[in-house]
Design a protein around this ligand. Structure first.
Ligand SMILES: NC(=O)c1ccc[n+]([C@@H]2O[C@H](COP(=O)([O-])OP(=O)(O)OC[C@H]3O[C@@H](n4cnc5c(N)ncnc54)[C@H](OP(=O)(O)O)[C@@H]3O)[C@@H](O)[C@H]2O)c1
Length: 345
């Protein structure tokens, strides 16, 4: 089968961006080729490592080497370097923008501006950044539709585990009425670490080392990340218009280690739980630590995340996510790219 060139531009080249770049030449490129697409990365933009554009395709191994050594990507650039990320987004020769900059839980910026600018100029956008989904989903979907492009964001919640795609593609005619879930990997790992006798700070350091914590880990600990994910899910699956800064939110910083251990000894667990439910025309949602009873699926010892959807036609559906890392988030970007090749549902 002949392949169509698929030019990709990465905005953000941190844990997720680099994992994607590492996996692209092997399994991801094979899967995309099978779908008739020949991927090439034509641009990478960062905050502190400059940006690089090469219409013929960048050397990804060299880009990773430069960024991980703290060097400047401009040495791979051809032509006049763009001034700032918005100019990069406006000028990079690409078909798809992959937005993987850090989460801003209070406004979703500058990621939303990057997404909007890319859609306006006719690029598809794929992101693992939940900020634009939580703050601006409906206007971005309208813009994408108007430009006949896709705005896809499977990696925004539960990394590579299909949540949005599950509902979009596999549950035709089903209405999601609500959900409850353990959605933030960092707090789950911290609480699981405390249960097994580790200090809070050490368990957090482990999560940071594994690359699963936000760039500012207080966003995880204080419940911001979970609040943004709750809004992203509620806005996408329940057609809500929630905003993270207006959600009832509590984090895990005030929890006593003895209480966390006692909950596990009793067969249950304390976890940071996100909830949302339709209530008439409104959607009520909240995030906070809860003591879960023994055998509650959310209390699973080995899960990084669990989501239970409450639906009208199928009752409860549970999604379990085992220990996961940035490769799973990179997979989400890949699966969204595959969706671009598939007929739209
Ligand atoms: N890590 C995970 O497991 C995971 C899982 C699911 C979703 N996500 C989401 O994926 C996104 C990326 O996460 P990450 O862990 O890869 O973050 P990260 O390691 O902090 O990397 C962020 C990247 O974005 C760049 N950047 C920051 N501001 C920018 C700007 N204005 N213009 C261009 N580039 C900019 C940074 O540049 P420098 O390199 O110069 O600093 C860096 O390369 C976040 O939104 C996160 O919530 C992450």
């Amino acid at each position: 089968m002949g392949s169509r060139r698929l030019r990709l531009a990465l905005v953000g080249f941190g844990h997720v961006g680099r994992a994607f770049a590492r996996l692209l030449p092997g399994a991801f490129a094979r899967g995309l080729r099978d779908a008739g697409l020949a991927p090439v990365v034509t641009g990478i933009a960062t905050s502190r490592h400059g940006s690089a554009i090469d219409p013929r395709g960048l050397d990804l191994a060299a880009a990773e080497e430069i960024a991980s050594q703290g060097g400047d990507l401009r040495q791979l650039h051809r032509g006049r370097p763009p001034r700032g990320t918005l100019e990069f987004v406006a000028s990079v020769p690409a078909d798809v923008l992959l937005e993987v900059t850090p989460l801003d839980p209070r406004r979703g910026e500058p990621a939303t501006r990057h997404v909007r600018r890319a859609l306006e100029r006719g690029l598809h956008v794929v992101t693992a950044n939940k900020g634009p989904v939580a703050f601006s989903l409906s206007s971005l979907l309208v813009l994408a539709r108007r430009r006949r492009r896709r705005f896809l964001f499977e990696g925004a919640v539960m990394d590579g585990v299909p949540v949005f795609n599950l509902v979009r593609s596999c549950l035709p005619g089903v209405r999601v009425l609500g959900f409850r879930g353990v959605l933030n990997t960092t707090t789950t790992r911290i609480l699981a670490g405390v249960e097994s006798g580790r200090r809070f700070e050490d368990a957090l350091a482990d999560a940071r080392r594994d690359g699963v914590a936000e760039a500012d880990p207080s966003l995880d600990v204080d419940g911001w990340d979970a609040a943004v994910k709750t809004c992203a899910l509620a806005n996408a699956l329940l057609d809500a218009s929630l905003r993270p800064d207006r959600l009832a939110r509590r984090g895990i910083a005030g929890l006593r280690p003895a209480a966390v251990r006692a909950a596990r000894r009793s067969g249950g667990a304390i976890r940071l739980v996100a909830r949302a439910r339709r209530a008439g025309r409104r959607v009520a949602a909240q995030v906070g630590p809860e003591r879960l009873a023994a055998f509650d699926v959310l209390a699973s010892e080995r899960a990084d995340g669990v989501l239970v959807l409450e639906t009208d036609l199928l009752g409860e559906i549970g999604i379990y996510q085992g220990p996961s890392g940035v490769e799973q988030t990179a997979y989400a970007l890949f699966s969204d790219l595959l969706s671009l090749a598939a007929p739209r549902r």
